[in-house]
Design a protein around this ligand. Structure first.
Ligand code: GLV
Ligand code: MN
Ligand code: MN
Length: 428
């Protein structure tokens, strides 16, 4: 079968993107943290929109939303596309939401223009990817692919002490390990196991969130691999005491110790060189009063590299340095690993298909490594998986300044739609 012309108008996707951006907590940009009222409203809105387009809709036990068009070969594995509905605090309109809006638009276009596919196609809005509220990330795709089994929900709490389980029950959701294998419940409330063993391929469309494509004036990035990532929660404890009466030489200042650790990490990361990156994105000092020496500090670490060995080496080196610095200052150190993902290669066969289509569509492209984490990395050990990037203005993301033009977004949408056609409609 020769390749049909794919020319998807972008208006439906752009409208959906704007509608999704309206579901936000007050403040700059878009804030849609997991299991908050605005998160639930966005997932409900998507379900309504998918149903209005004729999709079979469901929400699973952790709040992932699926819209499906069944194929004529029911035994064939599902072709899945989409991204995450949650955002960072004060994030932009495009991170995650673009992949969902494009997935819904692409599937609708395919059905309207080519009728029923051979293989079932589904659009997904994963409930969480960012790790912005709870001390874990990829809660949506992680439950789908078996990284999590649901038991984490009772153990993991946000900074206000609300556990995932309790936040879920506020949204009418429940996911326990014993739910594995349970059928999906119908209706608005979530139900059924999130675990999927029926996925034949996953394709995620996303903004680049970096400056590579813009600087090279290219339309498309085809992701070769996604960097591996470690996250830690670190607690440094010393002695709380009077800021005026405690001489400098007699203090056990947890914040000064944490500062020394973080500067040492920055120096070591610079020395290690690209593509190693190491970040402390959150730090809280207690008791947090001007005239009291901080007795306790908690902070997060996020460390990434595209090679597993280099990532492992840096993490063990820097945690040893932290231990030495803590001992030198008489502080205690407690490190909890909260996330470990391996570097994830994308499928080379799918990438060749994407290159071929991009050429046919007259798009300039390159292959690249993603430093940002994505739901696609969870699927890559399970099934052929690919990721498509479009340029981000000035490389800015995780910010209300995030922007990609409608033309750039439309180029990604058309590439996604064409590869979904090949995956779902062509005899293999
Ligand atoms: C997700 O956006 C991440 O890379 O942190
Ligand atoms: Mn994202
Ligand atoms: Mn993000």
């Amino acid at each position: 079968m020769s390749a049909p012309a794919i020319n998807v108008p972008a208006e439906q996707m752009m409208e959906l993107l704007e509608e999704l951006a309206a579901f936000s907590a007050p403040g700059p940009g878009v804030s849609r943290l997991l299991y908050t009222p605005e998160w639930l409203q966005a997932q409900r809105f998507l379900q309504e929109r998918m149903a209005a387009l004729g999709m079979g809709v469901r929400m699973d036990g952790v709040g992932n939303v699926y819209g499906r068009f069944p194929g004529s070969q029911p035994a064939a594995k599902v072709i899945l596309t989409g991204s995450h509905i949650d955002t960072v605090l004060n994030g932009g309109h495009y991170d995650g939401a673009y992949g969902i809006a494009a997935a819904v638009t692409a599937l609708h276009y395919l059905i309207q223009n080519f009728g029923q596919p051979l293989r079932t196609i589904e659009a997904v809005a994963f409930c969480e990817e960012e790790g912005s509220r709870f001390p874990l990330a990829y809660w949506g795709s992680g439950n789908v692919t078996g990284l999590y089994d649901g038991s984490e929900a009772a153990r993991c709490a946000d900074s206000a002490g609300v556990t995932i389980a309790s936040a879920m029950s506020g949204c009418g959701l429940a996911c326990r390990p014993e739910d594995r294998g349970a059928a999906a419940a119908a209706g608005d409330a979530g139900g059924g196991t999130p675990l999927r063993e029926d996925i034949g391929a996953f394709v995620e469309l996303h903004i680049e969130q970096g400056i590579v494509l813009e600087q090279a004036a290219l339309d498309i990035g085809i992701v070769e691999a996604i960097a591996g990532q470690r996250r830690y929660s670190v607690k440094v404890a010393g002695s709380t005491n009077h800021a005026g009466t405690t001489p400098m030489g007699l203090r056990r200042d947890a914040l000064a110790g944490a500062a020394e650790m973080l500067l040492a990490m920055e120096q070591a990361a610079i020395a290690a060189g690209d593509p190693l990156v190491a970040t402390c994105g959150k730090l809280e000092a207690a008791p947090g009063t001007p005239n009291v020496i901080p007795g306790e500090v908690q902070f997060t670490l996020d460390i990434r590299h595209s090679e597993a060995e280099a990532l492992e080496h840096f993490c063990s080196f820097i945690l040893d340095v932290f231990a030495e610095l803590a001992a030198k200052r008489g502080l205690t150190l407690q490190v909890t690993a909260t996330l470990a993902t391996s570097p994830a290669p994308m499928d080379t066969g799918l990438n060749r298909q994407l290159e071929h289509i991009a050429r046919r569509q007259g798009r300039s492209f390159r292959s690249m490594v993603s430093g940002a984490g994505h739901d696609a990395q969870l699927f890559s050990p399970m099934c052929p998986t690919a990721m498509i990037f479009v340029p981000s203005r000035a490389g800015i993301s995780h910010s209300s300044e995030e922007y990609s033009s409608p033309e750039e977004l439309a180029a990604g949408l058309n590439l996604l739609t064409a590869v979904l056609y090949e995956l779902a409609y062509k005899e293999s």
